[in-house]
Design a protein around this ligand. Structure first.
Ligand code: TPP
Ligand code: SF4
Length: 286
């Protein structure tokens, strides 16, 4: 390609670690789309980049923070949430977003996920659900739709997957949303909303992994899954979350939307109130 028509600089280069390119993701993978939405949300948030922090665990999805030019932390597998909680308690002024895969956040890290929501820590959690352990060769996990063929279940999985928005809502999360990599505007908007939430804001992003999930499950290219999202997704912000489980084989629509958006005191608010109460009592006793 003649050099003069190559752009010297991309408008997002200030928030991308261009020295880390090329990235590791396969053609058709959805993770880069999530990164683009996150960068856009950072820019539109009104919060300076130096106050944003992104934290991940391990996996293809968890490589995302390594490419974003803000303070980013690549922690151990399944432990991004406790790492982020510690940071939020010590530095509540930071806008902390955990971005990681379904294997990381829901399977190995599932225990941290439920307890962080129960306590309403003030962090954003963006779960990239590609229905599989991508990085390690396509083993099934806790979000793999039933009947999927995987490297660890070549005849189809028989495990019931989590309905994650229902799980998050049942634990009291003040913000629960689900979008896909096809719904980039809505996903960016949900990230912006999440950044304003006081407490744990959860977004599930459905994303193609043609290499490890799609190839054996009728989505051989990223585009096949994007077309499926386009055709099968129904936006319903008021959905009964008991009905939003995902079945990619039966023709059931995929329900997406900003399902829950409410006010609730965060863990830090409760702690502050408790300390104020204790101090008041101590003073009254001289
Ligand atoms: C304690 C520990 N167990 C297992 C692994 C191996 N491992 C690395 S990535 C990964 C799966 C990641 O899957 P997911 O979070 O869904 O991310 P994806 O690669 O699909 O984006 C596993 C099991 C590890 N690194 N550390
Ligand atoms: S293996 Fe899957 S999740 Fe990992 S980079 Fe490739 S397409 Fe993306």
């Amino acid at each position: 390609m003649p050099k003069e028509i190559l752009a010297k600089k991309h408008p997002d280069d200030d928030l991308i670690r261009v020295d880390r390119m090329p990235h590791i993701w396969c053609p058709g993978c959805g993770i880069g789309i999530v990164m683009k939405c996150y960068i856009k949300a950072i820019k539109e948030s009104g919060i300076p980049p130096e106050r944003h922090v992104v934290v991940s665990g391990i996996g293809c999805s968890s490589r995302l923070p390594g490419y974003v030019n803000i303070d980013s932390y690549h922690t151990t597998h399944g432990r991004a949430i406790p790492f982020a909680i510690g940071m939020n308690i010590v530095k509540p002024e930071l806008e902390i977003t955990v971005i990681a895969g379904d294997g990381d956040l829901i399977t190995i890290g599932g225990n941290h996920f439920i307890h962080a929501i129960r306590r309403n820590h003030d962090i954003n959690v963006v779960l990239i659900n590609n229905f599989i352990y991508g990085m390690t060769g396509g083993q099934h996990g806790a979000t793999t739709p039933i009947g999927s063929k995987t490297s660890s279940a070549p005849y189809g999985t028989i495990d019931n997957p989590f309905n994650i928005p229902l799980l998050a809502a049942s634990l009291g999360a003040p913000f629960v949303a689900r979008w896909t990599t096809f719904h980039v505007r809505q996903l960016t908007d949900a990230m912006l909303k999440a950044m304003k939430v006081n407490g744990l804001a959860f977004i599930e992003v459905l994303s193609p992994c043609p290499t490890q999930y799609g190839k054996d499950n009728s989505f051989p290219t990223g585009l096949d899954m994007m077309r499926y999202f386009k055709k099968m997704c129904v936006i319903n912000h008021e959905a009964d979350l008991r009905t939003v489980d995902i079945d990619l084989k039966s023709g059931k629509p995929i329900i997406i939307g900003n399902f829950i958006h409410k006010e609730k005191p965060s863990y830090n608010d409760m702690e502050r109130k408790l300390i104020e109460g204790i101090m008041k009592e101590m003073k009254s006793h001289g």
